[in-house]
Design a protein around this ligand. Sequence first.
Ligand SMILES: C[S@@+](CC[C@H](N)C(=O)[O-])C[C@H]1O[C@@H](n2cnc3c(N)ncnc32)[C@H](O)[C@@H]1O
Length: 222
Amino acid sequence: MTKKYGQNNPKIIDYVESLVNDNDPHLAQAQQIAQHRQIPKIQVSPLDGRHLEVIVRSIGAKKCVEIGTLAGYSGICIARALPEDGVLYTFEYESTHAETAEEVFQAVGLSEKIYIFIGPALNNLSQINDKGPFDLVFIDADKESYPQYLQWAEQNLRIGGVVLADNVFAWDHIADQDIDNPNLRASVDGLRQFNSTIFNSKRWRSTILPTGEGLAMAVKMY
Ligand SMILES: C[S@@+](CC[C@H](N)C(=O)[O-])C[C@H]1O[C@@H](n2cnc3c(N)ncnc32)[C@H](O)[C@@H]1O
């Protein structure tokens, strides 16, 4: 699936991609491994990967959490931004995805700072409660659980810590009134609840970076 950008001019998209993709052997290697293992191409776009990396670097994050590993593309973007003693805990439902991510992290030399948990994230997140508080949580898994992932983040982030969440525009359906497909409806409901909480709760100060997918960014205030 081709990821879109908030910017719709194809010439500008090509231009930005050429800037961002230039000279990135690790991300290229990750994609080769994922393709070989027939993993669906639903990773973040190269530009969103760069957003993750720059945000992690800019807040000086040392302990990060990712929900939705897939084959490790976004995990590389986060983990490469961590200091030597930094850690990424990443959660993935599908064992084939997690095994591929393991191979990818080994191949690019990041496996020592990344811990993968396999199974439904809601069952596994409590395993790392005692490793917190965390600096950043990136949410990119099942959309109907975004409100519960946010609750976990609220309890386990440090003050000033950041939640990032991808796809908060619900593939352009976030503002639709009538949604017949029940799966899509559940995803949109989850995303609306998530968006509403980060904008209406005093515990969060939030924005949505208007990428094609919508990348929410919320800072924990207290
Ligand atoms: C969009 S992909 C993640 C892409 C990844 N963040 C990247 O950019 O490289 C979503 C992933 O979430 C996983 N997932 C779905 N439901 C999950 C759950 N309940 N717990 C953990 N992972 C889940 C899927 O198997 C899939 O690999």
